[in-house]
Design a protein. Structure first.
Length: 360
């Protein structure tokens, strides 16, 4: 392996005898100088903790914001998406395993300074930049610097994350994020332990923190895997927890699994997603979506008060627009305020996926 990435001194670490303890995520990896943590991109040095992938990425692409998925954050707008390598979870079903599980630093072909990345997003007219593909928690220093450069240009920041972060680090990380989609992978500790090599409680703590202590817009995604986390009782308990511990108007996306990486389960039937959506609605959740399948009922946004069609979606393309064009974020029929961030008219990016190259 050839590791040519420069070392960038990181934050959130402490001295633990002869070892460095990483205080960024709940693993609290302890390393001697030269050793790397579970995520593989954070390395102990004689000076402290370093991030080895600062300023380098597995690729940049302009996507529709709905692909993150975020349905209540400037619908129809474009978002410049990028990730790095590595991950602090060990999911056996990882859908981006070639990026998140990679230990080959030379696959990080694109490089960009925070200012260069923000400038590129502005040049292409992107409303936001998304830290995605792998979990941005592990490259938090880089993500924060990019986010600050974005804000200086009026560009929004989006984090797509599993929410596996310590209380010590989350305030600084999420303070610069305008929207976040948290991957709530299941609703049992057994699932997190056996299939993700992690724990569920820190994720629940992150969600409570985001919803009740920040202004960051929050949506949730749960990938439903047959025979693992798709049972009716588990879906009902998850929905009840979101309603009681968070808010009933937090959008939640139930997405279809396809076999990948180390887990061999059948594809999620569309009927499973439809049933999960109905259960969540029965439990009082107001905005429940389905993902990775073509399901108009599960794609569209309707007013929770009058059932007026607010946003029609065909995959990532928008159709009918039923939000007010004079009072942003309200139902054009009954005036109910819809939670989220909306313009008076929908964005026009559509389904396009446009790779871009970024230089220093």
């Amino acid at each position: 392996m050839t590791d040519t990435a420069p070392l960038h001194l990181g934050r959130w670490w402490s001295q633990d005898g002869e070892k460095i303890r990483c205080d960024l995520c709940p693993r609290h990896c302890r390393m001697k100088p030269g050793q790397r943590g579970f995520c593989f991109v954070r390395q102990a040095t004689a000076e402290g903790m370093a991030l080895t992938t600062y300023g380098r990425s597995s690729g940049f692409c302009i996507d529709p914001i709905e692909k993150k998925p975020l349905n209540h954050f400037f619908p129809g707008s474009s978002v410049l998406s990028f990730g790095t390598a590595g991950c602090n979870l060990g999911c056996k079903f990882c859908q981006n395993w070639d990026i998140s599980k990679s230990r080959e630093m030379d696959r990080l072909m694109d490089a960009a300074s925070p200012e260069g990345l923000a400038a590129t997003a502005q040049q292409h007219g992107c409303r936001s930049v998304a830290f995605t593909y792998n979990d941005p928690v592990i490259f938090a220093e880089y993500a924060i610097d990019v986010a600050q450069a974005n804000r200086a240009r009026g560009i929004k920041n989006v984090a797509v994350t599993a929410g596996y972060i310590t209380a010590n680090a989350r305030a600084e990380f999420f303070e610069v994020m305008d929207a976040v989609n948290v991957d709530l992978k299941a609703f049992t500790q057994r699932f997190y332990r056996d299939l993700c090599a992690s724990e569920i409680e820190p994720v629940k703590d992150t969600l409570r923190y985001l919803v009740h202590e920040t202004d960051t817009w929050v949506e949730i995604t749960t990938l439903l895997i047959p025979e693992e986390n798709d049972g009716d009782d588990e879906i009902r308990k998850l929905a009840e927890w979101v309603r009681e511990e968070l808010r009933p108007n937090i959008p939640i996306h139930f997405s279809a699994y396809h076999p990948d990486y180390k887990l061999n389960r059948p594809k999620t039937p569309p009927s499973t997603l439809t049933k999960a959506r109905l259960i969540a609605i029965e439990e009082g959740l107001q905005f429940v979506y389905t993902g990775n399948v073509h399901d108009p009922a599960g794609d569209n946004t309707r007013c929770p008060d009058c059932n007026h069609l607010l946003i029609e979606r065909d995959w990532y393309a928008l159709g009918q627009w039923g939000l007010s064009t004079t009072v942003k974020g309200t139902c054009a029929q009954c005036g109910t305020r819809i939670p989220g961030h909306f313009d008076a008219t929908p964005g026009q990016w559509g389904r396009k996926r446009q790779p871009v190259r970024i230089g220093q």
